[in-house]
Design a protein around this ligand. Structure first.
Ligand code: ZN
Ligand code: ZN
Length: 372
C-alpha cells in the first residue's frame, strides 16, 4: 500500500470501495479506532449518536449531535470535505440517517464496537435491512501500516522502552505491586504517552496468571516479576511491551524456564518476514517451549496486531492461515506459567518489512536481575 492511500480522504474512498466490494449497501461507524482511522476524528463515545455513514454508492457523511459539531469540524474530519450533519436534542438521529441512506439498502454493516443500544436503534429505523459486522472490512483497511503509522508505533515503542529501562528505580523487595505500578503509570505518561492503557506487575506466583494486574502483594527477594505495560501516544498509536525481571537472584528453576522462553521469543522475532503464516510463527516458539517440556504452560496465542488499538488484526495464533505482509505490526509474546510458582513472558512489537522483521522494542531480553 502506498502512503498516499492513507490520507483520511483516501481512506474514506477505500472504505467506500471496500463497502461495495463486500456486497454491503452501507457501513456505519461509531466512535472508536475505526472512526479515527477513517476520518481523524477522535469522537467521544456518548449516549448521543455519532456515526460515520459510508454508503457504497454515495458520498460518506458524518452525523453528530449539534453540541459536538464544532469539535468535529475542528478535527481532521472537518477538512475532509464531507457533510457533517448536526442534530438537535429532540431529533431522531437514526431516522435522519435512514432517510439519507440510498433507497433500497438492505445490508448494512456496523463497526464491531458499536454499542448494542445503537445497533438496535438502527435495526428499528431500518426494519427491512439486515445488519452484519463491518470488522472484517475495516480491519482489512487497517491491517497494513504505512510509513507514518510505523513511525508512530516506533515512537510508542521507544517511549515504553524508556519506562522499562527505569524499572530498577521502582522494583525492589518490600514494595507492593500496587506501589510499583503507580510509579510505572506516572512514568508511562512522562515518557511520552497521552494515556496509560494497562500496567501489569505480577510478582512471584502472581506471574503465573498472564493477565494478573496488580495486588497488594509485597515483593520479596528472589521473586521473578512480570511487567507488561502499555499506553497510547497523542497520535493514537499504542505501545505494549513485557519484560520479566528478577528482584534478587531467582530460583535456578526460573532461570532454566527463562532461557527456554528467551530462545522461543528470539526465534520468533527472527522468523518474521512476508509469507510466513500466523500459525507458522506461533509454532516456531511453541515447538521450542514444548520440546523443553513446558508446552502445557504456554496457555495463550503468540501475539496480537497493534495500531490504533492495543489488540487488533492480525492475531498470531495456532490455526491462523493468514500470511504476514509488509506493514503488519503485531506483538510476539510467548509466556510460560507455572501455577502457584512463577511465570515469565517476553513481549516485543514487531513490524513485518519487505526484507524481514523490525523489532520496535529494543530493551535487552536477557534476564535483568535487580538488586534484591
Ligand atoms: Zn500484548
Ligand atoms: Zn503486553
Amino acid at each position: 500500500m502506498t502512503d498516499s492511500a492513507l490520507h483520511p480522504a483516501d481512506r474514506l474512498a477505500l472504505a467506500r470501495k471496500a463497502t461495495a466490494d463486500a456486497g454491503l449497501d452501507v457501513m456505519l461507524v461509531s466512535p472508536g479506532a475505526d472512526l479515527r482511522y477513517l476520518t481523524g476524528y477522535q469522537a467521544l463515545p456518548l449516549e448521543r449518536l455519532t456515526c460515520l455513514v459510508v454508503p457504497a454508492t454515495a458520498d460518506a457523511f458524518l452525523v453528530v449531535p449539534n453540541l459536538e459539531r464544532p469539535a468535529a469540524l475542528a478535527s481532521p474530519a472537518g477538512a475532509l470535505g464531507i457533510d457533517i450533519v448536526g442534530f438537535g436534542e429532540t431529533d431522531d438521529a437514526y431516522a435522519l440517517i435512514a432517510r439519507r441512506i440510498p433507497v433500497g439498502a438492505i445490508r448494512f454493516a456496523v463497526d464491531n464496537h458499536m454499542w448494542a443500544e445503537k445497533l438496535l436503534a438502527f435495526q428499528a429505523a431500518l426494519p427491512a435491512a439486515q445488519p452484519v459486522l463491518a470488522g472484517d472490512v475495516l480491519s482489512e483497511l487497517r491491517i497494513r501500516k504505512n510509513t507514518a503509522e510505523v513511525a508512530a508505533l516506533r515512537q510508542a515503542g521507544a517511549a515504553i522502552d524508556r519506562v522499562h529501562r527505569r524499572m530498577g528505580e521502582w522494583l525492589r523487595p518490600g514494595r507492593t505491586e500496587r506501589e510499583v505500578a503507580k510509579d510505572i503509570a506516572d512514568a508511562i505518561v512522562e515518557a511520552g504517552h497521552e494515556r496509560v492503557d494497562f500496567v501489569i506487575v505480577a510478582s512471584g506466583p502472581n506471574g503465573a496468571s498472564p493477565h494478573h494486574e496488580v495486588s497488594d502483594r509485597v515483593i520479596h527477594s528472589g521473586d521473578p516479576v512480570v511487567v507488561d505495560i502499555g499506553g497510547t501516544t497523542a497520535d493514537g498509536y499504542c505501545s505494549d511491551s513485557t519484560r520479566t525481571y528478577a528482584v534478587g537472584e531467582p530460583p535456578a528453576a526460573f532461570r532454566e524456564l527463562y532461557e527456554v522462553l528467551l530462545r522461543a521469543q528470539t526465534a520468533q522475532t527472527e522468523a518474521v518476514r512476508p509469507g510466513v503464516t500466523s500459525e507458522e510463527l506461533d509454532a516456531i516458539g511453541r515447538d521450542i517451549i514444548t520440546d523443553a517440556g513446558y508446552g502445557e504452560h504456554f496457555i495463550h496465542r503468540t501475539g496480537h496486531g497493534i495500531g490504533l488499538e492495543t489488540h487488533e488484526e492480525p492475531y498470531i495464533v495456532a490455526g491462523g492461515k493468514r500470511a504476514l505482509e509488509p506493514g503488519m505490526a503485531f506483538s510476539i509474546e510467548p509466556g510460560i506459567y507455572l501455577p502457584g510458582t512463577f511465570g515469565a513472558r517476553i513481549e516485543d512489537i514487531a513490524v513485518c518489512t519487505e526484507s524481514g522483521g523490525e523489532r520496535l522494542n529494543l530493551t535487552g531480553r536477557d534476564l535483568v536481575v535487580l538488586p534484591g
